[in-house]
Design a protein around this ligand. Structure first.
Ligand code: PMP
Length: 289
C-alpha cells in the first residue's frame, strides 16, 4: 500500500509520523472520508471544501492548495491502482512539544490513505439496521462545532461503544437540548406521511451524503423539511435511514426496541438507495486521464 505523506508517496511501512505530532497527542487536526466509484472520486470538491473549512475553524493552515490536495488524492489512488476506494485525507497540527500550544507546531502533517472497501453494513442494507438512542450527547456547538470534522472523535466513539454494548448496529445521538443530532458517523433522516425530514446542521456534521440525498429527494419530487426532531419523531416514523460516505444510505428497522414502519427498509428509503447507487456510479472527478 502506498501512502501520501507530506508531498511524497511512500510504502505504508515508511509512512510514519512523530510521536510529538499534535494529531496524536491531542486529536488536533482534521480529516475527511471520501469514496471513489468506478474510476471517479465522488463529490471531491465538496469534501475538500469541508476539509479546508474545518481547518480554518481550528486555525490550521493547510500547507497545500485544494488543487494540490485533489492531485494528492488522485495520485494516491493511481499509485494503488484503485478505481473503487475509501479515501482518508488527514491534516494534523504537526510536530510540536508536549504543551498544547499550536504555535510550537511548525508544519502541519498531510496524509492521504486510500483502501479498497466495499459496503460497510453488508446484508443490513436489505434487512435494516438496529439503532440505539445513546445517553451520551453530541458535543454542543458552543463547545466544539460538530461541523468541524476534527481528529478528535471521542464523542462519536463513546456513542459507538454504548451501541456496541447493547448489540446495536448504530448509535443515534441527541444534542444537549433533546433534539436528534445524527448517528455516530452519519446523518439521519425520517420519513413521515411521504415527507422527508432531517435535522438542521448546527448540531451535526454537514454531511456530503446528506446533501446528495436532499438533491436526489428534490429531483424525485419528494417534499423535504429541515427541522428539529425528537424521540417521538423517531419512534413514530414510517421510515428512518442514515447517510454517510462510508455507510452510504443505511435503512434503520428498529430504534430502542421500537419497530420502524413494518420492520423492513421502506419504499422511499429504497428509492433513495437506488438513486444514490446510480449517481455514485456515474458522477465524480476522474482519477485516470
Ligand atoms: N456525521 C458524522 C459524525 C460523520 O463522521 C460523518 C462521516 N463523515 C457523517 C455525519 C456523514 O458525512 P458524509 O456524508 O460527508 O460522509
Amino acid at each position: 500500500m502506498i501512502i501520501y505523506l507530506d508531498g511524497k508517496y511512500v510504502p505504508e511501512e515508511e509512512a510514519k509520523v512523530s510521536v510529538f505530532d499534535h494529531g496524536l497527542l491531542y486529536g488536533d487536526g482534521v480529516f475527511e472520508g471520501i469514496r471513489a466509484y468506478n474510476g471517479r472520486v465522488f463529490r471531491l470538491d465538496e469534501h475538500l471544501a469541508r476539509l479546508y473549512d474545518s481547518a480554518k475553524t481550528i486555525d490550521l493552515a493547510v500547507p497545500i492548495t485544494k488543487e494540490e490536495f485533489a492531485e494528492a488524492i488522485k495520485g494516491t489512488l493511481r499509485k494503488n491502482n484503485l478505481t473503487d476506494a475509501y479515501i482518508r485525507p488527514i491534516v494534523t497540527r504537526g510536530k510540536g512539544d508536549l504543551g498544547l500550544d499550536p504555535r510550537k507546531c511548525a508544519k502541519p502533517t498531510v496524509i492521504v490513505i486510500a483502501v479498497s472497501w466495499g459496503a460497510m453494513y453488508g446484508d443490513l442494507y436489505e434487512k435494516g439496521l438496529r439503532a440505539l438512542c445513546v445517553s451520551v450527547r453530541r458535543t454542543p456547538a458552543e463547545s466544539m462545532p460538530p461541523n468541524v470534522k476534527s481528529l478528535n472523535y471521542l464523542n462519536n466513539i463513546l456513542a459507538k461503544i454504548e451501541a456496541n454494548y447493547h448489540g446495536m448496529d448504530e448509535a443515534i445521538f441527541f444534542d444537549i437540548h433533546g433534539n436528534v443530532s445524527e448517528g455516530s458517523g452519519d446523518n439521519i433522516f425520517v420519513v413521515k406521511n411521504g415527507v422527508l425530514i432531517t435535522p438542521p446542521t448546527l448540531n451535526n456534521l454537514r454531511g456530503v451524503t446528506r446533501l446528495v440525498t436532499l438533491e436526489l429527494a428534490a429531483s424525485m419530487g419528494l417534499t423535504v423539511v429541515e427541522r428539529n426532531l425528537g424521540y417521538f419523531d423517531l419512534y413514530s416514523a414510517d421510515e428512518v435511514f442514515v447517510t454517510g460516505t462510508a455507510a452510504e444510505i443505511g435503512p434503520i428497522r428498529e430504534i430502542d426496541g421500537r419497530v420502524i414502519g413494518n420492520g423492513k427498509p421502506g419504499p422511499i428509503t429504497r428509492q433513495l438507495m437506488a438513486a444514490y447507487k446510480a449517481v455514485t456510479q456515474k458522477e465524480g472527478s476522474p482519477i485516470y486521464g
